[in-house]
Design a binder for this molecule. Structure first.
Ligand code: CA
Length: 415
């Protein structure tokens, strides 16, 4: 496939991607958009010019602050609409000759302010990387029994906070909280001293289901619109003191950052791979068929203020022990209902090697092995004015698609 819009060979936003997002343009107009190379395309303009007339979309679903309405149309509509957009962007298409529409609809990415792509009614965070769960279990609990007895039988998760999910580029204030210093007999209050990132990805659902309804692993992907990069900021010192017995609370809910472009499952389809073998055998409702994991290269970088980027972690989404279909089947097996725009994060994605660990907690082994940055400084955890950047992409047979990046700068705690 060749587009009439030029882009660099290694662009995440090739003609094979066609992701969806929401952008604000220089005239303060807001609309649903797609992107190819560095060109952002206002889909609301294409709608007004009749380019989606063959679809029964009703009103202009792209003239909106979020993608919720569009994605709620379901895959029977969104999949052919995406394929149609892809065709419109090919050499020789009607749009390629329509300079008037191009002038109105096409914007350079530098001139567009990307927004949160969906309104997120609910957020769930899983804990589905066996390497991460094992590493954390060793540090927080017992090195000899790192995985708790339930871990290989169900995708462990908890309900997070949707209100503090922010788009890439939004600064995060260092959280304050209660911690119990080592050897102290009572807790203290102050800014977290062990602020961390978690390298994750999240999927977004496209439907409302009824209470009592369950979704099988076979049906699950019909309910998943696409994926984003997800940084689940975590205050390890707060977490360690507060998490017993009900799990994470204030250590996690002060902010989670996502990349602005939702990459669809259809774009990711060529990059499917088998997941790790699951032993012991899972219960019937968690069994699945086919390739449900995806080969997505992941990176985390730290950029100190006015400094250069330091690559500190190289991981891959394919390491996930539990896949998205199993996560959604488990989430609904009790009759819990889905909503359009819900976000389901994977949990930290660590690989087997020390340079593939998806958090500072693991990379520095709880601060005992600081990382050295290019400027000579050391990091045990994330410091004020550090920016954490995560990138993700797929590459195979000369075809590349990607997520771009999610970045977030840590500001000093607010007074
Ligand atoms: Ca997490």
């Amino acid at each position: 496939m060749k587009s009439f819009i030029e882009y660099e060979e290694n662009s995440d936003f090739s003609i094979y991607n066609i992701p969806f997002g929401v952008g604000i343009f220089s005239d303060d107009e807001i609309a649903c958009v797609t992107r190819i190379g560095d060109t952002v395309i206002n889909l609301a303009v294409l709608y007004d010019q009749g380019y989606f007339d063959e679809f029964n979309l009703g009103e202009n679903v792209f003239e909106a602050f979020t993608l919720n309405e569009f994605i709620s149309l379901g895959k029977s509509v969104t999949v052919p609409v995406r394929e149609h957009i892809q065709k419109l962007l090919l050499e020789g298409s009607e749009l390629s000759k329509d300079e008037e529409t191009q002038l109105e609809a096409f914007h350079n990415i530098e001139k567009v302010s990307m927004q949160l792509p969906v309104h997120v009614p609910n957020y769930t965070d899983f804990y589905s990387s066996i390497e991460h769960a094992t590493n954390v279990g060793k540090m927080f609990r017992d090195p000899d029994n790192a995985l708790l007895p339930n871990w290989k039988h169900l995708p462990v998760g908890y309900h997070g906070r949707a209100s503090s999910i922010v788009v890439s580029g939004t600064p995060i204030y260092r959280p304050k909280g209660q911690t119990m210093p080592p050897n102290a007999d009572k807790p203290v209050f102050g800014p977290s001293q062990r602020l961390d990132f978690e390298l994750e990805m999240a999927f977004i659902t496209n439907s409302y289901t009824d209470l009592g309804e369950t979704i099988s692993t076979t049906e699950a992907e019909d309910h998943i619109f696409g994926m984003v990069l997800f940084n689940d900021w975590s205050a390890r010192d707060v977490q360690k003191w507060e998490y017993v017995p009900l799990g994470p609370f204030l250590a996690k809910n002060f902010g989670s950052s996502i990349s602005p472009w939702i990459v669809t499952l259809e774009a990711l389809d060529p990059f499917r791979v088998n997941g790790p073998e699951q032993e012991p055998e899972v219960l019937p409702y968690l069994k699945y068929e086919g390739k449900k994991n995806f080969d997505i290269h992941l990176q985390t970088l730290i950029q100190p203020e006015n400094g250069e980027e330091n690559l500190i972690c190289t991981s891959n989404f394919k390491y996930m022990y539990w896949n998205m279909a199993q996560q959604l089947a488990h989430h609904t097996v009790n009759g819990c209902n889905l909503e359009v725009g819900d976000m389901y994060a994977s949990g930290t994605i660590s690989g087997k090697t020390e340079d593939s660990f998806g958090s500072m907690l693991e990379l520095t082994w709880s601060g005992s092995k600081p990382l050295k940055l290019n400027d000579g400084s050391e990091r045990k955890f994330i410091e004020d004015n550090d920016t954490v950047i995560m990138r993700g992409w797929c590459e195979k047979d000369g075809i590349r698609i990607g997520f771009g990046e999610v970045s977030g700068k840590i500001l000093p705690a607010k007074d």
